[in-house]
Design a protein around this ligand. Structure first.
Ligand SMILES: [Zn+2]
Length: 631
C-alpha cells in the first residue's frame, strides 16, 4: 500500500494538515489553555475528555484512552486504512498525489479497495452521463420527472441510468482496460450462468450512487422504471460496500446534521431525495436493512437526536424492536444507554399518517408539516408503550400483555436512570405498581447473556439509581490509580522525554532506560531517543512510526500533559530514579550474598553484609520520601 503514496508526499501532507482543523469537522472543539477539548467521537460522554494539541498535532481521549495523530484520527473515525486517510488529507490540503493510469501491473499493486473505489467512480460517471444524454436517458428522465425529482437533485446526487442491454457497462470498462475480475469484485457485473463471460448487473434502472462520508462512491442502488421485480436492486457487499455501515445521502447530510443536531432516517432512496429536495437535508436512508449499531455509531458523530421515519405503525414497531435488539446484541462495542438517555443520543419514531410515505407526505404537505409532525414524535420506548396500549387495551389482561411486551425493551436499557423513568411512565399508564414491573424486568435482565454491565449491580433493583461505570479522567503522567509506583515513575520519565526533549542527552548519558521494567515504556523511550522529537510537533511523527496501538495511545496520553519541566528538576528526578533502581539491584545482589554467607556459617561476613543492607534500606527510605516530595 505504501508504494502508492511516496514517503515525501506523506510528510508533505503531515506538514500541511492541521489536526484541530480536521477534528473540528466532526467534533465541536473549545479552547482550553494550550489545547482544545470536546466530546469524544469514539465513546459517549457528557463532559469533554477528548483533547487536541495543536502544538504537538496529536489527540488523546482521557475517557476511552484513545490517541494518535491526524492520520490515526481519520483512520479511526472513518474506519479506513492509512492510504485512504492520507489521500483524504491530500485532497483537502491540495497536496498533489500524481494519479497514475491503471496498467495491469499497477492494478495488482494497488489495493483492491482503491481500485474498487476507482471503478465505482467511473461507473457512477458513466450512468450519470447516460441519464443526462438526451436520447438514451429519456426513459429514466421521464420516470424521475413523474416522481417530482428536480434537475438539481439529479445533479446533487449524481443520479444515473443503466440502459437496457446486457453489456453497456462491460463494454465501457473493456475500453478502459479494467480487468473483468476486478469488475466482478465490484459487483457491477455478474458471471453468466451456463456460458463463459459476464453481464451487467444493472439494466434499465434508475441508478442511485451510494456515497460514503468522504464523497466516494461505495455502491449503487437501482430502481426499475415500471412495476417489474425486483423493484430495487443494490450492489452486493464488496470490499468497499457494507450495507450495514452505509447510509444513503450521508455525504450531503452530515453538515446539516451537525448544525441541527438532528438526523431523519428514512428507508428509501426516493424518500431521501424528496426530503433533501424540500430542504430537509439532515436526512439519510438505510439501504434495505434496519438501522444497525454501526449506523448509529456513524450518525452520533453528527447528530444526537435521531428520528426514524416510517409509513406505518407496523413498520415502526418492527424497526423499534429491531433497533433495541441490535443495540442489545452489539452491546460489546455499543453502549446502549446512548440510544435512550435524553442528554446523549435520543431516538424517536415518527409514523406518518396512513397511506403516506415520506416521499408522498412531503410532496403533499410540505416540509413545515413534516417538521411539526417530527417535533411531536415519541421516543422508542414511549412509542412501543403507545403501540402496546393501543393493541391490548387497558383491561386487566391487556395491562399484563402490555407489561410483557415492554419488559424486554426495558431490560435492554442500560442507563439506570432512563430505565427508571420509563418504568415510572409505564406504571402510571397501566396503574401497575413500579415494584411489580421492576421485578419482571430484573428477571429478564438476569436471563440475558450479555448483561455484563448489570452483572455487578445484581443486588440493586434494575431501575434503581446504581451508577454506571464512571467516566475515567486520568492524569496522564501519573497513570491510572492502582498502577504500581515503579511504573508510574517510568511513565513520568517518558512524559518528560516527550515534553522536554532537551533532557534527551541526559537520558542517554545516565543510561536511564536500562533500568526500565515496563517493556512498552522502555521501547517508547528508546524510540524517542532514536527519533529525537526535537520540535514539539514531531510527537505526531513519532506516533506515525509506531504500529502498536497501545504504545501510540501511551505516547499521546503522556505527551498531552504539560508539566513545566526545567533542566534542574529533571536531573534531580532522573538521579532519584537511577539511584532507586540501582539500590534495588544492589539489594538483590546483597541478599544473594547474605544467603550464601548464611549457608557457609560465615558470621563475620554476615554481619558486614547485614549492616550494608541496613544502610541501603535507610537510603531507599530517604529516596522514597524524596520522590513523594517531588509530587
Ligand atoms: Zn473517548
Amino acid at each position: 500500500m505504501a508504494i502508492f503514496i511516496p514517503e515525501e508526499k506523506i510528510s508533505e501532507i503531515k506538514n500541511a494538515a492541521d489536526i484541530v482543523d480536521v477534528v473540528s469537522e466532526s467534533v465541536l472543539l473549545k479552547k482550553a489553555g494550550k489545547n482544545y477539548i470536546g466530546l469524544c467521537p469514539f465513546h459517549s460522554e457528557k463532559t469533554p475528555s477528548f483533547t487536541v494539541s495543536p502544538d504537538k498535532q496529536i489527540f488523546h481521549c482521557f475517557g476511552c484512552n484513545t490517541g494518535g495523530n491526524v492520520f490515526s484520527f481519520l483512520m479511526k473515525q472513518d474506519g479506513v486504512p492509512f492510504p485512504e486517510a492520507a489521500r483524504h488529507l491530500a485532497r483537502r490540503y491540495g497536496v498533489d498525489i500524481p494519479e497514475r493510469p491503471l496498467s495491469p501491473e499497477q492494478q495488482r499493486i494497488i489495493s483492491e479497495r482503491e481500485s474498487l473505489l476507482d471503478i465505482n467512480r467511473r461507473a457512477g460517471d458513466f450512468y450519470h452521463q447516460a441519464l443526462l444524454n438526451d436520447t438514451t436517458g429519456q426513459p429514466a428522465k421521464s420516470y424521475l420527472a413523474k416522481r417530482g425529482i428536480s434537475q438539481k437533485t439529479v445533479e446533487d446526487f449524481k443520479l444515473g441510468y443503466a440502459r437496457d442491454g446486457w453489456d453497456h457497462l462491460l463494454r465501457y470498462f473493456a475500453g478502459k482496460r479494467i480487468s473483468t475480475m476486478l469488475l466482478a469484485k465490484s459487483g457491477l457485473i455478474l458471471p453468466r450462468k451456463n456460458k463463459s463471460g459476464h453481464y451487467d448487473r444493472f439494466r434499465n434502472r434508475v441508478i442511485f450512487p451510494i456515497f460514503d462520508v468522504n464523497q466516494q462512491v461505495v455502491g449503487f442502488g437501482g430502481r426499475v422504471l415500471d412495476d417489474a421485480l425486483p423493484k430495487y436492486l443494490n450492489s452486493p457487499e464488496t470490499a468497499v460496500y457494507n450495507k450495514s455501515r452505509s447510509l444513503y445521502g450521508i455525504h450531503r447530510a452530515k453538515d446539516r446534521c451537525r448544525s441541527t443536531g438532528t438526523v431523519f432516517i428514512v428507508e428509501g432512496y426516493l424518500d431521501l431525495l424528496a426530503l433533501h429536495q424540500h430542504g430537509i437535508e439532515n436526512s439519510v436512508a438505510t439501504l434495505g436493512t434496519a438501522l444497525t449499531a454501526d449506523h448509529v455509531k456513524l450518525l452520533t458523530r453528527y447528530a444526537r437526536r435521531m428520528i426514524l421515519v416510517y409509513d406505518s405503525d407496523e413498520a415502526g414497531i418492527r424497526s423499534a424492536q429491531r433497533c433495541i435488539e441490535t443495540f442489545w446484541k452489539e452491546h460489546v462495542d455499543f453502549r446502549r444507554e446512548d440510544v435512550f438517555s435524553e442528554n446523549k443520543a435520543d431516538t424517536h419514531i415518527l409514523v406518518l399518517p396512513a397511506g403516506h410515505d415520506p416521499d408522498s407526505y412531503i410532496f403533499e404537505h410540505g416540509p413545515e408539516a413534516f417538521l411539526t409532525a417530527a417535533s411531536g414524535s415519541p421516543g422508542i420506548i414511549t412509542f412501543l408503550m403507545d403501540c402496546a396500549v393501543r393493541k391490548h387495551g387497558l383491561t386487566t389482561e391487556g395491562k399484563i400483555r402490555v407489561i410483557s411486551e415492554l419488559q424486554e425493551p426495558l431490560a435492554a436499557i442500560n442507563d439506570q436512570i432512563a430505565r427508571a423513568i420509563y418504568i415510572q411512565q409505564l406504571a402510571e399508564r397501566t396503574g401497575i405498581a413500579e415494584a411489580a414491573i421492576l421485578e419482571r424486568i430484573r428477571a429478564v435482565v438476569s436471563r440475558q447473556p450479555h448483561s455484563s454491565v448489570s452483572a455487578g449491580q445484581k443486588g440493586t433493583p434494575a431501575g434503581g439509581l446504581a451508577k454506571s461505570a464512571p467516566a475515567a479522567s486520568v492524569p496522564a503522567a501519573n497513570g491510572p490509580p492502582g498502577i504500581n509506583s515503579g511504573i508510574r515513575f517510568e511513565r513520568r520519565i517518558v512524559a518528560m522525554m516527550l515534553q522536554f526533549p532537551q533532557i534527551l542527552p541526559e537520558i542517554s548519558r545516565l543510561n536511564v532506560l536500562k533500568y526500565f521494567e515496563n517493556e512498552d515504556l522502555k521501547s517508547i523511550g528508546n524510540m524517542i531517543v532514536q527519533f529525537n522529537p526535537a520540535t514539539a510537533d514531531q510527537v505526531s511523527g513519532l506516533v506515525s512510526r509506531i504500529d502498536n496501538e497501545a504504545q501510540q495511545t501511551l505516547i499521546t496520553s503522556l505527551a498531552m500533559e504539560d508539566e513545566s519541566w526545567n533542566q534542574k528538576g529533571c536531573l534531580k528526578l532522573l538521579g532519584t530514579f537511577v539511584d532507586a533502581r540501582q539500590n534495588i539491584r544492589n539489594r538483590s545482589v546483597l541478599e544473594a550474598q547474605i544467603r550464601t554467607a548464611e549457608k557457609r556459617n560465615d558470621h563475620a561476613l554476615l554481619l558486614t553484609l547485614l549492616s550494608k543492607k541496613q544502610k541501603l534500606a535507610e537510603r531507599s527510605e530517604k529516596q522514597k520520601m524524596a520522590i513523594l516530595n517531588e509530587k
